[in-house]
Design a protein around this ligand. Structure first.
Ligand SMILES: CC(C)(COP(=O)(O)OP(=O)(O)OC[C@H]1O[C@@H](n2cnc3c(N)ncnc32)[C@H](O)[C@@H]1OP(=O)(O)O)[C@@H](O)C(=O)NCCC(=O)NCCS
Length: 239
């Protein structure tokens, strides 16, 4: 508390320390000064009872703490092309993410295709996510995509999706497509959150289960969706 009698945290007047008032005149002067101070104090604080003020500031503190917590939780990652050396970490993320994971041969066979690209998200020296996608004439198609279990819900997937969205152009590749399993609600919610919309259902799409696939699509011109052409199907698709 400062010597001028004001709490630096608030503008509510407080009696000065070390200068006690004497007699009835002194007390009266104190009251007048007190009333003047209340009159000039900002309305929200002056008119709010002390217990309510404590409640409000307590709520604010908790809100601020929650915000800084969620900001702390966000993980900035470096996104780069996938290289052979990343494979052990990519395979470990793949295995913890999918019931029917790709094996190393699947990745290699896929990445040998001229139109197939792998990217990874790196945090420090550690690979925390990856994405495999295909280049088509007018679109990009996500084949496989996962974030390490311990790093989820921290913005890594969003940064990778945004990186891919940044590769679209209104002249050439205008959209991103993918298939997601009907049971993979988490991925559906994620893609919806980053701007994709479900556009089609592919009945009994997978060879390893009787599930349907939902086609989801992101278009660089908002609210405009084109029927996807699903081609080049490989045995185990993302999702
Ligand atoms: C889908 C996946 C890649 C998302 O990655 P992530 O790093 O956890 O996602 P983010 O933290 O960037 O989340 C981005 C947004 O999606 C939302 N989201 C992510 N996962 C979600 C979930 N399980 N349920 C609801 N919303 C979710 C987040 O709340 C966030 O929204 P906000 O930015 O408005 O707060 C990750 O969950 C994963 O690897 N899943 C297993 C593999 C998989 O299913 N891959 C997709 C195959 S098609």
């Amino acid at each position: 508390m400062r010597q001028d009698g004001r709490n630096p945290q608030s503008s509510v007047w407080m009696p000065q320390k070390g200068k006690p008032s004497e007699g009835w005149l002194g007390k009266l002067c104190d009251w007048v000064a007190c009333l003047k101070a209340l009159d000039t104090a900002p309305q929200d604080e002056a008119s709010t009872p002390l217990n309510q003020q404590n409640l409000i500031s307590d709520r604010l503190t908790r809100k601020e703490a929650a915000m800084s917590h969620s900001q702390q939780q966000q993980l900035r990652v470096h996104i780069r092309w996938m290289i052979r050396r990343d494979m052990p970490e990519v395979l470990s993320i793949e295995r913890e993410s999918f019931e029917f994971p790709w094996f190393e041969e699947d990745f290699i066979r896929c990445l040998r295709q001229r139109n197939c690209i792998g990217m990874v998200a790196e945090q420090g020296e550690r690979v925390v996510g990856f994405m495999i996608y295909e280049l088509h004439k007018t679109r990009l198609h996500i084949l496989n995509f996962a974030v390490a279990d311990s790093m989820r819900m921290r913005g890594v997937g969003r940064q990778m999706a945004e990186k891919l969205e940044g590769k679209l152009s209104s002249q050439r590749r205008t959209r991103i497509t993918l298939e997601v399993r009907e049971t993979n609600l988490a991925a559906q919610l994620f893609f919806k959150q980053v701007g994709f919309r479900a556009t089609n259902v592919l009945r009994s799409y997978y060879e390893d289960s009787p599930e349907d696939a939902y086609v989801m699509q992101y278009h660089c011109a908002a609210n405009e969706f084109v029927e996807p052409m699903v081609s080049n199907r490989i045995d185990r698709m993302a999702g």
